[in-house]
Design a protein around this ligand. Structure first.
Ligand code: PBG
Ligand code: ZN
Length: 328
C-alpha cells in the first residue's frame, strides 16, 4: 500500500523543474515592450531628482540627447516626452511654439539616436497657468477650442521630427482632429497613440509634482473618467479606433487591469498601459524601507500587465527593468 492518492491530474508535474516551467510559461516580458518617460524642464540647469519619484529626474534640454542615448543603449525602443516650460499662459501656447522645450528635445534626440522612437505627450496641463488640460470657458475646459490648439501642438511636434503623437487630455474628438490635421499637412505616416481610457486618478499625484501641472482649482473629473466605469471605457476605446487611433492606452495600470483586458478583447489595435507615478512611488517607498523586494515586485508587475493584455508598458521602472532583463 503506497502513501499516494490515486490522482491522474497533477498540475504540479509541470512546475517540477525550472526547465519545464520555462517551457510552459504563457507570458513573456521583453525590453522592447517598454517605453520610458522623460521630463524635459526649461526651468532647471542641471538634472534634478523628483522628490516623490526617487530615480526620476527633470532634465534640461541640453541633457536630453544623452538621456535618450542611455535609454537606447539598454535596448529600449521608445521614450515619451513631457515638457515643463519657463512661461505658462491661459491657453498653453508653449505647446505649439516651434522653439519650445519639447520641440527642442525632439530635434536633439532624433539627431543623436535616430532609431529611438520619440513619442510626444500631447496635452496642455504643463503649459497652462491654471493647470487644466485645455482652454477654459468659465470653470470648464472648452472641448472644441482645445481641439484646435491640439492640432497646432501636434503639427509643431511633427515639424520637430516626432515619431508618435500621444494625446492625453481626454477631449472628445481628439483622435479625429489630430488625424485630419496630420494628414492634411503631409504627416500621414505619424501614428497616434491615444490615451483613450484615462481615469481621474489619485495615482497621478507624484507626476503633477514632476511636471508641475496640478490644476489650480477643481479637478479633472469633467474630462477624465470615473473610476467605477468599464462600459464607458469600451465606448471610449471604440470611438478612438473609429477615429483612427493606431495604439490605445489604458491609464493608470494596476488598479485597472480588468479594463486592459476588456478593451483588449473588443479592439484589434496594439494596447499600451501607463504604469503611473503613484504606482512607481509606492514601490520605491516600500523598497526603500526594505519591506519588499523591488526587483521581484517590479518584474511581477510588468509581467502582469502583459498577462492582462498590454503590448506596451510606459513605466518609470523601464531602465531598471531593461537592466534586469539584459543581465538575466
Ligand atoms: C497630463 C498627463 C498626466 C499624466 C500623463 N499625462 C497627469 C494628469 O492627467 O494629471 C500622468 C502620468 C503619471 O502619473 O505618471 N495630461
Ligand atoms: Zn493634461
Amino acid at each position: 500500500m503506497t502513501e499516494s492518492f490515486d490522482m491522474p491530474i497533477r498540475p504540479r508535474r509541470l512546475r517540477h523543474t525550472a526547465t519545464l516551467r520555462a517551457m510552459v510559461s504563457e507570458t513573456t516580458l521583453s525590453v522592447s515592450d517598454l517605453i520610458y518617460p522623460l521630463f524635459i524642464d526649461e526651468t532647471v540647469q542641471v538634472k534634478t531628482e523628483v522628490t516623490s519619484m526617487p530615480g526620476v529626474y527633470r532634465i534640461p534640454v541640453s541633457l536630453a540627447a544623452e538621456a535618450a542615448q542611455e535609454v537606447a543603449d539598454l535596448g529600449i525602443k521608445g521614450v515619451i516626452l513631457f515638457g515643463i516650460p519657463l512661461h505658462k499662459d491661459d491657453c498653453g501656447s508653449a505647446g505649439w511654439d516651434d522653439d519650445a522645450v519639447v520641440q527642442q528635445a525632439i530635434r536633439s534626440i532624433k539627431a543623436q539616436t535616430p532609431d529611438l522612437c520619440v513619442i510626444a505627450d500631447t496635452c496642455f496641463c504643463e503649459y497652462t497657468d491654471h493647470g487644466h488640460c485645455g482652454v477654459l470657458k468659465g470653470e470648464h475646459v472648452d472641448n472644441d477650442v482645445t481641439l484646435k490648439n491640439l492640432q497646432k501642438e501636434a503639427l509643431s511636434y511633427a515639424r520637430a521630427g516626432v515619431d508618435v503623437i500621444a494625446p492625453s487630455g481626454m477631449m472628445d474628438g481628439t483622435v479625429e482632429a489630430l488625424r485630419s490635421a496630420l494628414d492634411q499637412n503631409g504627416w500621414q505616416h505619424i501614428p497616434i497613440m491615444s490615451y483613450a481610457v484615462k481615469y481621474a486618478s489619485a495615482y497621478y499625484g507624484p507626476f503633477r509634482d514632476a511636471a508641475d501641472c496640478s490644476p489650480q482649482f477643481g479637478d479633472r473629473a469633467s474630462y477624465q473618467m470615473d473610476s467605477g466605469n468599464i462600459r464607458e471605457a469600451i465606448r471610449e476605446a471604440q470611438l478612438d479606433v473609429t477615429q483612427g487611433a493606431d495604439i490605445l492606452m489604458v491609464k493608470p495600470g494596476l488598479a485597472y487591469m480588468d479594463v486592459i483586458r476588456a478593451v483588449k478583447e473588443v479592439t484589434d489595435v496594439p494596447m499600451a498601459v501607463y504604469n503611473v507615478s503613484g504606482e512607481y512611488a509606492m514601490v520605491k517607498a516600500a523598497a526603500e524601507k526594505g519591506w519588499i523586494d523591488e526587483r521581484r515586485v517590479v518584474l511581477e508587475t510588468m509581467l502582469s500587465f502583459k498577462r492582462a493584455g498590454a503590448d506596451l508598458i510606459l513605466t518609470y521602472h523601464a531602465l531598471d527593468v531593461a537592466k534586469w532583463l539584459n543581465d538575466a
